[in-house]
Design a protein around this ligand. Structure first.
Ligand code: ARG
Ligand code: ASP
Length: 709
């Protein structure tokens, strides 16, 4: 990978509209630094990442594993999305004080609410350890044995890494295993809820507006990192104090205009930008369509029940949102891949590649190997998609059976842990059945089982599904089994270890679930893994070949949950012929969408008043209140809550979504139509100050006017 670095360094880089890429913060010097300057930034690579001095990276925090957040005061005030804090906000809510509906604002520091199990992680240092990881691995080894050795080397590198006692280490593979980086991290464990707007602001537009522009959502919430008296990570303790960061982001009051430089700094989860055409083709035509169809059928049924029954509406709101989120994303993704001719473009590129490598014996067969392997994996990959969407995700009772299966397996392995495991399982079932309705689930079961039977590859179906009748199966699972209620489950789990094993195994519903889970672990998964391992091995060589063959191209490592920098400009786009989308939305648009009493588009009275009086304080501009804006930053899931930073290192926005036409960016980033969606920092300040009246929070931030130098 030294090679990659050197190649990147010597590329004579031309400024163009071409952006995209998620770059490693410790490797920005050279090409990225120059490109950022060309885009209008005043930041040096060292301003962004520096291990000797404080830098922007010291304010960027991985939020509870999945999202990003950033520190915006010298007292550890943490900003992230409302949808990232959603679970925590919900967990503090009850009928008496519903913080989802009404919002929550800690009046004083003592009112800030601890969250059990919540963590926030800072990156202390990133080291390139490729040499240590890849040295002495014979190329003759099988892919499996290579991975084993790599794991051993990783453990060694982690063990001897320089760090303080309270810090952790992780090694992550980049460029499909061509580069390895060591991350030294610090994980804080006392994270308290500070503030959240009501859902009618924080989730305004809900599923209808999700993945869409124009957008009008105040998708933010506030937390605070607490540390022990030495400013180090500690589990919750009343005596803990606000964390004093090495760096925090000042908040700009000057806002954005089209073409302004933007930098998004966060923890993108996963992209696959270097797949061969054959893989994209398979995704578009064989994998995404069944997943979309399955979720569509399930959502239709749940939606019907939710409309007719308020209790079901509450029970299923969060589950519905989760299922709908990726359902909608895949539809947009497929449309985008189709419209941008992603497969044809990749094929044209591959023809060029093939021409260049035709005499290189290591690379000449890569594409044909891909063709063969993707053909081999197709059947089992489709079966796996059906299984995970139907058995694991959308038929809830089968998901309950999966958990029971895992419990039983554990029991056989560690019988002495029976009591502990049973308690854990029962606890998890309590949460599960609280939001469970067997009538809803039974309808979903009947619909999806029929689909499974009719459409999933027959060679991976179990005999009950293949030969059985769906009505009979559902009668068995919902009437002749104890799985459909918490009480039933509790009776199954009562008694001694032997009794429990005997009882669950004579339950017909569990027997059916177990047959399906067994089928996955015995048939589907091993076959899939066997071929996938080979695909990964070819992908690793292909990645190396790409970099060597196209020295003038830019290659960033696919997202893998590690800290990345992406940058671009504030910019509108043409979603279709003759239509242009402006890059900034305003409070006017909130009022245009307002539907009194609607669960997605209601607007709080107070916000309407502020709008009617144009009472925007210092946050509005020309009598208008900006709400959201879009830009050309290349982001993905996990970037939610990432700070949007201006040319001088100040916070101007909060990333939370992407536009419909560009959700394909995970496979094919196209600067023409891929846009990320951000909340304008001024809207956040306006809601905290004017809407919530939480002056104490405004006071602890550092508000700046970078454009009025
Ligand atoms: N689409 C965004 C993301 O993938 C936001 C999801 C949360 N909002 C929602 N309406 N479900 O996370
Ligand atoms: N909404 C996503 C997230 O939660 C961001 C995205 O996929 O663009 O991370």
């Amino acid at each position: 990978m030294k090679l990659i670095k050197i190649l990147l360094l010597f590329v004579v880089f031309q400024i163009s509209a071409q952006q995209g890429g998620m770059w490693i913060p410790s490797l920005l010097e050279g090409m990225n630094e120059q490109e950022m300057l060309n885009l209008g930034s005043n930041l040096s690579a060292n301003d962004i990442y520096d291990i000797n001095n404080s830098s922007l990276k010291d304010a960027i925090v991985h939020f509870n594993g999945g999202c990003t957040s950033e520190i915006i005061s010298d007292s550890g005030l943490l900003l992230t999305n409302h949808h990232c804090g959603y679970g925590a906000i919900q967990s503090h809510s009850s009928v008496e004080h519903d913080y989802l509906q009404d919002g929550f604002w800690a009046q004083q520091i003592n009112d800030e609410l601890p969250n059990k199990g919540m963590v926030a992680t800072l990156i202390i240092r990133i080291d390139d350890v490729t040499q240590e990881i890849l040295q002495n691995i014979p190329s003759s080894l099988s892919p499996k044995d290579k991975l084993k050795m790599i794991d051993q080397n990783m453990a060694k590198v982690k063990a001897k890494a320089e760090k303080d006692d309270w810090q952790e280490t992780r090694v992550k593979s980049m460029y499909d295993g061509n580069q390895y980086l060591l991350f030294v991290t610090e994980t804080f464990k006392d994270i308290r809820l500070v503030g959240a707007p009501p859902t009618s602001i924080g989730k305004f537009g809900s599923d209808t507006d999700n993945w869409m522009w124009p957008r009008h959502t105040g998708d933010f919430s506030l937390f605070r990192i607490y540390a022990d008296k030495n400013n180090r990570p500690a589990t919750y303790n009343e005596a803990n104090v606000p964390y004093q960061p090495k760096h925090f982001l000042p908040v700009s009051l000057d806002g954005v205009t089209e073409n302004d430089f933007t930098l998004v700094f966060g923890f993108p989860g996963r992209t696959s930008e270097y797949l061969p055409a054959v893989a994209i083709d398979q995704l578009m035509h064989n994998i995404n369509p069944p997943k979309i169809e399955i979720r569509e059928e399930a959502l239709k049924i749940v939606d019907q029940y939710m409309r007719e029954d308020d209790k079901i509406k509450i029970q299923y709101a969060s589950k519905y949102a989760r299922i709908a989120n990726y359902w909608k994303k895949w539809i947009g993704e497929n449309q985008g891949l189709e419209k941008s001719n992603a497969v044809a473009k990749k094929k044209a590129f591959e023809a060029q590649f093939q021409e260049k490598v035709k005499d290189n014996k290591d690379y000449a067969n890569l594409l044909s190997e891909f063709d063969k392997l993707y053909a081999d994996i197709d059947n089992v990959a489709v079966a796996r998609a059906y299984w995970s969407e139907i058995v694991y995700r959308n038929i809830e009772i089968l998901n309950a059976a999966v958990r029971l299966f895992q419990f039983e397996r554990q029991l056989i392995k560690n019988p002495e842990k029976f009591e502990e495991a049973r308690k854990k399982l029962l606890d998890s079932y309590k949460g599960f059945y609280k939001n469970y309705n067997a009538d809803v689930d039974r309808d979903v079961f009947e619909k999806l089982m029929q689909l499974y039977k009719d459409k999933s590859p027959a060679n991976y179906l179990t005999s009950s599904v293949k030969d059985g009748n769906v009505k009979d199966l559902s009668k068995m699972v919902y009437e002749e089994s104890k799985l459909s209620s918490l009480e039933g489950m509790e009776t199954l789990l009562q008694g001694s270890k032997e009794e429990v094993i005997q009882k669950i195994n004579s339950d017909k519903g569990y027997a059916f679930g177990k047959e399906l889970v067994d089928n996955y672990y015995e048939q589907i998964n091993p076959k899939f893994n066997e071929i996938n391992l080979q695909i990964n091995a070819v992908q690793k060589i292909y990645m190396k070949a790409l970099v060597e063959t196209f020295p003038d191209e830019r290659f960033f490592p696919d997202a893998n949950g590690t800290l990345r920098v992406t940058y671009g400009k504030v910019k509108g786009y043409n979603p279709r012929d003759a239509v242009y989308y402006e890059p900034v939305s305003y409070l006017e648009g909130v009022m245009e969408k307002y539907k009194p009493g609607d669960y997605e588009f209601d607007v709080p009275k107070k916000l309407q008043e502020l709008y009617n009086n144009k009472d925007y304080g210092v946050y509005g501009i020309d009598g208008k209140m900006p709400v959201n804006f879009i830009g050309t930053n290349h982001t993905t899931g996990g970037n939610s809550g990432s700070p949007v930073i201006d040319a001088d290192g100040n916070l101007i926005g909060l990333n939370f979504d992407r536009v419909w036409e560009g959700t394909m960016s995970d496979y094919n980033y196209d600067p023409e139509i891929c846009r990320n969606i951000m909340v304008d920092a001024r809207y956040i300040l306006f809601i905290i100050d004017k809407f919530a009246g939480s002056q104490r929070l405004i006071d602890e931030m550092k508000l700046v006017h970078p454009k009025k130098k």
